[in-house]
Design a binder for this molecule. Structure first.
Ligand code: ADP
Length: 481
């Protein structure tokens, strides 16, 4: 059952109960009050009649020491009409409660008469056929006799008013319930609209439309729920996008990996087949074996690099504080005087928090790339700058440079701008991917500036201490320079 329908149903039940009880109470209250008033009037009338009877008895001639039955009947008959057009209903009984006079239509039984005594009046409500009466009984003390006077007052009107009241109230209740139903339907539809909008959004998302958002139409708890739902949907979309990107990157990686394996393997298999199926002269045999050896070595180097990338991506760095000096001394020792290049090392003193060996790997890769991209004898500058909360390393060359559209791609595994050039220099497109992974676990990243034909500059920042490391981890970057 729909939620709005449930609200409507409960509201109708509550309203019907409230109207029913209040109506019953009201009509009954009016009835009870009217009946009480009628009882009061019936008792008053009974007192007046008994007084009138006593007064009439006083005018009986004094020859009678006791009031005779015939006089009683005469007085009773006079009291019955009482000068009015409509006659009263009364009954007179003697001391033994034998009836002396009774009006036509006086249908009450003798139960009340039994309860009436010289000192006690009595009354009751009785029903005869389709009419209701108040039946009263009292004693009259005249001329040495004790008589009993009973009256009947018609109160059918009060009862019929009650029935009319009930039926009127039933109709009013019905009309109010119907009108209330329409109004409450509108209200419950309006109140549950945010839920309907949320349900719609959930269905759209379940069908794969993750960019769909629920419309917020109120500022209450349901509005808050819609806001939270949208926030959750946004986070979900972000995660799904990230997952999709990762899946795509993995697919690209697998494709590139298969391709990188296929080329050297085809050559190795081809040369090996030639060696085993043809009798080659010494020079050709050496050439073939040499090709198999160098391509095999290339595959070995590639698999080691891949291993490095996987290990770097999975492990946490062993953070230690070390100086820029130790890094630069290592690099100078390794590169100065080699590769037929002009290396210039220039650095500011400073400390940093990182895994030293991994940072050395990054810098060696960057310097190696700079060498591979530059003409022999050209200059390569390796610099270090102390920042307020970080230390920046920079490797600049004046080589071929990188086209703008390639900058984003060169950090992907197996990506090479010029494949034949890279392969001729023993490249496999894994060096920068490894650097990116290493910097990522240090919460840092490669910054690349380059201009085709003029050269490139690769730089990155490391935190100076544990506090700065935590800051970078939580997203705040050290200042640039
Ligand atoms: P490789 O093993 O080919 O050097 P890298 O991942 O280190 O692999 O580099 C990927 C590609 O980025 C290289 O093939 C090259 O085309 C380009 N590249 C890297 N460094 C430089 C640089 N300093 N100047 C120009 N191109 C570069």
């Amino acid at each position: 059952m729909k939620f709005s329908l449930k609200i409507l149903l409960w509201m109708i039940i509550v309203m019907a109960l409230a109207l029913g009880f209040s109506g019953f109470y009201l009509v009954n209250y009016v009835f009870e009050t009217s009946l009480e008033r009628e009882v009061g009037q019936a008792l008053d009338e009974s007192s007046i009649l008994s007084f009138a009877f006593e007064t009439a008895a006083l005018s009986v001639p004094s020859k009678y020491s006791i009031l005779p039955d015939s006089t009683v009947e005469e007085i009773a008959s006079n009291l019955e009409t009482g000068g009015k057009s409509s006659s009263r209903l009364l009954r007179i009984s003697d001391e033994q409660k034998n009836v002396l006079y009774v009006s036509d239509g006086f249908e009450a039984d003798f139960t009340l008469l039994e309860q009436t005594s010289e000192t006690m009046k009595a009354h009751q409500v009785i029903q005869t056929k389709e009419r209701y009466y108040i039946h009263t009984g009292t004693s009259v003390n005249v001329l040495g006799r004790i008589l009993y006077l009973e009256t009947m007052r018609d109160v059918s009107e009060v009862f019929s008013e009650r029935s009319i009241g009930f039926s009127l109230y039933r109709r009013v209740t019905l009309v109010m319930l119907l009108t209330g139903m329409v109004i409450m339907h509108l209200i419950s539809s309006f109140l549950t609209k945010p839920i309907r909008l949320l349900t719609k959004a959930t269905k759209r998302m379940a069908a794969g439309d993750y960019s769909y958002r629920a419309r917020q139409i109120s500022r209450d708890e349901l509005g808050q729920l819609t806001r939270d739902f949208n926030r959750m949907a946004k986070a979900l979309k972000r995660n799904i996008d990230k997952l999709e990107e990762e899946i795509q990157a993995r697919e690209e990686f697998m494709g590139a990996f298969a391709h990188e394996l296929k080329t050297p393997l085809t050559a190795i298999i081809g040369y090996a087949d030639m060696l085993r199926s043809h009798k080659l002269d010494e020079e050709k045999s050496f050439m073939s074996a040499n090709y198999i050896y160098t391509e095999g070595k290339r595959l070995e180097a590639m698999s080691l690099r891949l291993l490095d990338i996987i290990v770097a991506g999975k492990n946490k760095p062993e953070l230690l504080l070390f100086s820029a000096r130790s890094i630069f001394e290592y690099l100078q020792e390794m590169f100065v005087g080699s590769r037929n290049m002009e290396f210039q090392f220039q650095y500011e003193e400073g400390n940093m928090m990182a895994e030293e060996n991994l940072i050395k790997t990054v810098l060696v890769n960057l310097i190696d790339n700079a060498c591979k991209s530059s003409e022999p004898g050209s200059g390569i500058e390796i610099s270090g700058f102390a920042l307020e909360k970080g230390y920046r390393f920079m490797v600049r060359d004046h080589g071929i440079g990188i086209p703008e559209e390639e900058k984003r791609k060169i950090t992907q595994a197996f990506y090479m701008v010029d494949k034949s050039r890279a392969r001729s220099k023993n490249g496999a497109g894994l060096g920068l991917a490894l650097c990116t992974e290493i910097l990522k676990i240090h919460h840092s990243e490669l910054e690349i500036e380059s201009e085709v034909g003029k050269g490139s500059c690769f730089s990155f920042i490391l935190p100076t201490d544990a506090g700065a490391y935590e800051e970078r981890k939580t997203g705040r970057k050290a200042e640039k320079r």
